[in-house]
Design a protein around this ligand. Structure first.
Ligand code: FES
Length: 214
């Protein structure tokens, strides 16, 4: 319709111009042609567009054939496939080991200091240099027992990791002493009677000379 209006306008303009008969005729002709063309275009029925065949299913089937199946990781597992599973299982095993270690630690927690009240025993221990014999419980380190008496006994780490608190007992320390995780004395030295009083719990009666180291 816009083209028709333009043609009509051109026709009117050309006709209204009045300056030349040839121009008016040409304007009318052009206007007529444009008008007819516009009318034809307006009434000619175009070819309706319709969607082509739905190939979605075909595409999906083709893709299913051509793309290998993907293994998605299990929840909480960033690895893909059996390897990841192995890692996860391994982690579980590690956890189990850790738990077992914890149990072992729990076993380790059966420190002499944790002996229950109804299992506590006392031993007569002679502190030679201090000139006294005192009773020391089997859940008390020799160093603590001596300090309870007010004696100024040597020590440093109090964890069995040095020899500052060393002493020598009258007998085999492997039998008469239970060390709580000492890391300094070997079996022979303990056989000679050397102990670390900060972590040495009595398991019998003996005398001890404090401030003695191998
Ligand atoms: S104070 Fe260090 S081992 Fe006893």
């Amino acid at each position: 319709m816009e083209i028709s209006a333009i043609g009509l306008a051109v026709t009117v303009a050309a006709a209204g111009g009045g300056g030349s008969f040839e121009i008016s005729t040409a304007g009318i002709a052009i206007g007529a042609v444009l008008t007819v063309g516009a009318a034809v275009l307006h009434f000619v029925k175009g070819t309706a567009w319709g969607p082509t065949e739905d190939i979605t299913q075909n595409v999906l089937e083709h893709r299913a054939k051509s793309v290998p199946e993907t293994d998605f990781p299990e929840p909480m597992n960033r690895a893909i496939g059996g390897g990841g599973g192995a890692v996860a299982v391994g982690g579980g095993d590690a956890g189990g080991e850790l738990e077992e270690g914890g149990d072992e630690a729990g076993g380790g927690s059966s420190s002499p200091a944790d002996i229950p009240e109804d299992e506590i025993e006392h031993y007569e221990i002679e502190f030679v240099k201090e000139g006294e014999t005192i009773e020391v419980a089997n859940n008390e380190p020799l160093l603590d027992a001596g300090e309870d008496e007010g004696w100024d006994l040597p020590y440093a780490c109090r964890q069995g990791q040095c020899v500052s608190c060393g002493g020598k007992i009258s007998g085999d320390a492997n039998e008469l002493i239970e060390h709580d995780d000492q890391q300094m004395l070997d079996e022979n030295e303990m056989g000679d009677g050397y102990v670390l009083t900060c972590v040495a719990y009595p398991r019998g009666e003996f005398s001890i000379e404090t401030s003695e180291t191998p």
